[in-house]
Structures are given as C-alpha cells and as structure tokens.
Design a protein around this ligand. Sequence first.
Ligand code: ZN
Length: 166
Amino acid sequence: MTIGPNSVVSIHYKVATSEGEDVDASEPGHPLTYLHGHGQIIAGLEAALNGRAQGEHVHATLAPAQAYGEHDPELDMRVSKKLFPAHVRNELQPGFRFGAEHPKQAGVQVRYTVQEVEDDTVLVSGNHPLAGKTLVFQVDVAEVRAATEEELAHGHVHGPGGHHHH
Ligand code: ZN
C-alpha cells in the first residue's frame, strides 16, 4: 500500500542542512514510526512522503518555510534581568526556556531560550535552532500499514516503534 492519511509509516532517515551539517538520523535498525496525516513529523516531509510505498527511497529538500520557519531577527534579543521575576533571576542560564509575547506582534506567544547570561542582561532567542535552514532529507520507507481503529482513537502508533502503554 502507499502512504496516505492514517497510514502507520516506518522510515529510516538522515537529515542535514543544505550546507552539509548533519542534523539528525534514525538509529540503525530502529526506524521512526509515526501516524501519517497527524502532524507528527514536519509538514514538508509529510507532504514528500505522501503516495510513496514500502521500499522507496525519498530525497526531499525542504525550504525553511516547509521545515522550521524563517529566521526572525526580531526574536534574537538582549533583555534586562529585571524583566524576570526575582525567584527566576538566579536560575537564568543558557538553555533556560520561557514563554513571552512576540516583541512586534501583539498576542503571538513565542518560546524563548536563554543563549547567554551577562551581568545585568541575558541574550535570548525565540528562533528554533533550525529556523532559516534548508533541510535535506534522505528517507527509506521501511514499512507502510493501515492504522488500527484503536491507534486512530488514541492518535498514535502502538507496538514496535510506537507507544507501549497497553
Ligand atoms: Zn495508545
């Protein structure tokens, strides 16, 4: 069968940026298994796999808009530590995450990550680390099957590569 809405798909994959920097890969012998058409993998890759069959090799080059979005320079900011509640100020370190409004777009919530801590300020970024990158996927479709009714009711895959909560 071919990949379509509600297929359970197992893939071996490798992804790099268009500059040749390795980003991620499935572990040898352990394909990624997901429920197709439910936004469980990035939209551009899901679109590239649509209609493909077991055994096919798929090469997909995804522009930033189809992957993790464009880099938004307004989301890289230096902010005063005073903006954080007192009990949080001492916990500020690279990797600390928090939600706040977009600096220019009222009502748009953004997840920020602290990049650097300075004396009175911190550098924060609301950009995904892969924002602005073109991604090149090499995918081997290992298996395609129809989802069971139970999997559709739960919205995720059961069995090898999926959830094991039953
Ligand atoms: Zn379940």
